[in-house]
Design a protein around this ligand. Structure first.
Ligand code: EPU
Length: 431
């Protein structure tokens, strides 16, 4: 599927955030830890939640969707080795904990690399092994067994991985004894899942200095939860306002999830007004260049650098983005250059953060020289977040842009074309 976008005009108006993709899919996995019914509100109807629903159904879940409410109940795990459907996103590895707790055995496919780097799962596997799981590598899947259950222990992560932290939490809530995760990830989406699990009966205590304490309980129960708003959507729409020179009120945007981003908005000459129902974004005058380094929370999120890069093409001067989370997340800058941007990507660490990619030859620093007049072009979506950068660039550019492969964008943004039309965007979806 394609989007045909006619850009060059400021976007204005109000847009409401959907529930967070990266909390909703995990909440579905959390629900597998009980045989009782769970109710998830503000649930986003996007490609990734559909894929996760298919996976859960194969495992034994009964799922109903009504408007923005999803109910999910898994009375019994009927299959613990879904290997086909689940290769399409990175959620299957997170089923290891719930499946080991409920049936003592599980098999999940290798997730493979994708267009933003190799994305290994060694931290997940190391932690589950430390909790007593025997995990074999069968060539294209991981077979895990814990016939006598998992046991809590102290686990120090070599890197605060979001997925690994979630996987350990899922494994630990029903394990015997206490688990302590040191150097844990503490993204708001993880805290959202902790809140949901707490309602289900879990005992989880986020401490200071990235330590999370979990006390295993014998059983979890059904619960209801409202999925937090999607802060990645909030940043995408804010970038759209700044890049096109418009004024967008992002309904549902929460300041507490966006502190680092809002500081950057102010530094680059953007303006925002925090209101009880959301945040309004616009330019204050001419945009200014900036130096940004992506990091784990509470740092500047890696999923925000793509929309921001488009904004920085509109700022006079030299901007730098140092990506320290993924080794290969600047492929999309080639497309922006075809549309008239001037972005050079280098392997040197252009920043001060302690970066795992130092001296590794990964192209992980971008130098953006602005201001550039963007023009329409033909691009193909590489991955979800850079697909959104294509849309923002297309709406900023003069002329027509054709964006192919928008199924990738649909994985994370609900009805993106229809919603952007409400802001005045001239977009046509073509099958
Ligand atoms: N890593 C390892 N070994 C592991 C796990 C991770 O080396 O066992 C490395 C990864 O290769 C990567 C870094 O650690 O370089 C961070 O990975 P992390 O595990 O934190 O990320 P994730 O759980 O795979 C989630 C989001 C991503 C988001 C990152 C960082 C989901 C489904 N995905 O991925 O979101 O960028 O955290 O915040 O929650 C997106 O929504 O488009 C997206 C890519």
């Amino acid at each position: 599927m394609k989007l045909r976008v006619f850009g060059g005009s400021p976007l204005n108006g109000e847009i409401s955030l959907q529930g967070a993709k990266n909390a909703a899919t995990k909440a579905m996995i959390a629900s597998l830890l009980t045989e009782e019914e769970c109710v998830l509100d503000n649930f986003p109807l996007i490609g990734d939640t559909e894929i996760t629903a298919e996976l859960c159904r194969v495992l034994g879940s009964q799922i109903n969707v009504s408007g923005k409410r999803l109910t999910i109940k898994t009375p019994a795990i009927i299959k613990n080795n879904e290997l086909q459907l689940s290769r399409r996103n990175r959620i299957p590895i997170l089923t290891l904990g719930p499946l080991l707790s409920r049936c003592g055995e599980a098999e999940v496919p290798f997730l493979g690399g994708d267009k933003i780097g190799p994305r290994p799962v060694d931290i997940h596997l190391g932690a589950l092994r430390a909790m007593g799981a025997a995990i074999e590598d069968s060539g294209d899947s991981f077979r895990a067994r814990a016939p006598h259950g998992l046991t809590g222990t102290k686990i120090a992560l070599r890197y605060p991985s979001v997925g690994a932290t979630e996987n350990i939490i899922f494994a630990a809530v029903l394990a015997k004894g206490k688990t302590v995760i040191q150097n844990a990830a503490v993204e708001p989406e993880i805290i959202d899942i902790v809140k949901f699990l707490q309602k289900m009966g879990a005992i989880i205590e986020p401490g200071t200095n990235r330590v999370i304490y979990i006390e295993g309980v014998p059983k979890l129960y059904g619960a209801s939860h409202v999925i937090m708003p999607d802060r990645n959507e909030a940043v995408s729409f804010a970038a759209l306002a700044l890049s096109t020179g418009g004024n967008i009120f992002v309904k549902g945007a929460a300041q507490e999830h966006l502190l680092t981003f809002l500081n950057v908005v102010r530094r680059i000459g953007g303006e925002y007004e925090v209101r009880p129902e959301g945040i309004e974004f616009r330019r204050r005058g001419e945009l200014r260049s900036a130096h940004i380094e992506t990091d784990t929370h509470p740092g500047f999120m890696t999923d925000w650098q793509q929309p921001l890069a488009v904004v920085l093409t509109q700022a006079p001067g030299v901007s730098i983005i140092h990506e320290t989370v993924y080794e290969d997340r600047f492929g999309y800058t080639r497309d922006l250059n075809l549309m008239g941007a001037d972005i050079k990507v280098v392997s040197k660490c252009l920043g001060e953060l302690n970066c795992r990619f130092n001296q590794c030859n990964h192209m992980h620093s971008a130098v953006i020289s602005g201001e550039s007049k963007l023009k329409g072009g033909n691009v193909v979506v590489r991955d979800l977040r850079s697909g959104m950068a294509h849309i923002i660039a297309a709406l900023t550019a003069n002329g027509e842009t054709v964006i192919d492969g928008i199924e990738e964008i649909d994985r994370g943004y609900e009805n993106i074309d229809t919603r952007l039309k409400e802001l005045g965007a001239n977009i046509i979806r073509e099958v």
